[in-house]
Design a protein around this ligand. Sequence first.
Ligand SMILES: Nc1ncnc2c1ncn2[C@@H]1O[C@H](COP(=O)(O)OP(=O)(O)O)[C@@H](O)[C@H]1O
Ligand SMILES: [Mg+2]
Length: 274
Amino acid sequence: MWVQNGDPGTGYLPRRVDLSAYIEATTPPNSHRYIARWSNMILLENVVKRYEMGPVSVTALDGVNLEVSRGEFVVILGPSGSGKSTLLNMVSALDTPTSGRVVVNGQDLSRAGQAEKFKFRRETIGFIFQTFNLFPTLTAVENVQFAVDVRGRSQANGQAATVLEKVGLTARMNHFPHELSGGEQQRVAIARALATGNPLLLADEPTGELDFQTGIQILTLLAAQAATGKTVLVVTHNREISRIADRVVELSSGHIENDGPPRGGKAAISDLHW
Ligand SMILES: Nc1ncnc2c1ncn2[C@@H]1O[C@H](COP(=O)(O)OP(=O)(O)O)[C@@H](O)[C@H]1O
Ligand SMILES: [Mg+2]
């Protein structure tokens, strides 16, 4: 909840004051207001992102408003160039909006400095890239262990080997990325994101490089994470994939064109074809 401060001329005071800390302190945990506040993992308010390249300006996001609750499994669907990756970059604080507000896990990223953004990414985000981004000179288990070490062993979600077991890669633990198939590499990347124990998983076209069967395995893993209470955002240009989400946010030229359950209702993973 936000109120205008009413005195924007004071220079050092924020123009708007966040009352959420006050509300948290004064609202009993079982009330609706408390639940509404804490169920919200992502809030984008009128987010605009423009890339200026000399005389040319590209508007990648053009006034995006989006709220995602904790534990939601959301597919961001849109054609190439519609702003999907830009949106993930805003949510993960890898990039800054030209205007608008981004609040993730209760933290206003529009006001965060570099150090806070590093901390935010380390403690909140698990990012799964289309091209896996594994360290080529580290084995599968070392790639996952690296994330555990960065996160801090006490906070991390178990041992690297245990997490690799969850994604079915125990037998491949000591292999290097180039010795693994695309699907196996993507499973290592997912294990790496899970090993942090972080609450928000962002996946940018995670099945883009994979064949159908392997893609299904990856989606199953991600959907299972949402079922354990993680918030999962999967970006894709493939409408078929969006059928298994609770919610599909359709982007077109930087706008949200549709936001709701998949057309024709939610499908089981076994019903997908692509
Ligand atoms: N770093 C950048 N510099 C300039 N233009 C960019 C940059 N990143 C993305 N764009 C442009 O912004 C638009 C949205 O890009 P992007 O978010 O990557 O789309 P998507 O992931 O849906 O394919 C595209 O027109 C793209 O060319
Ligand atoms: Mg993209």
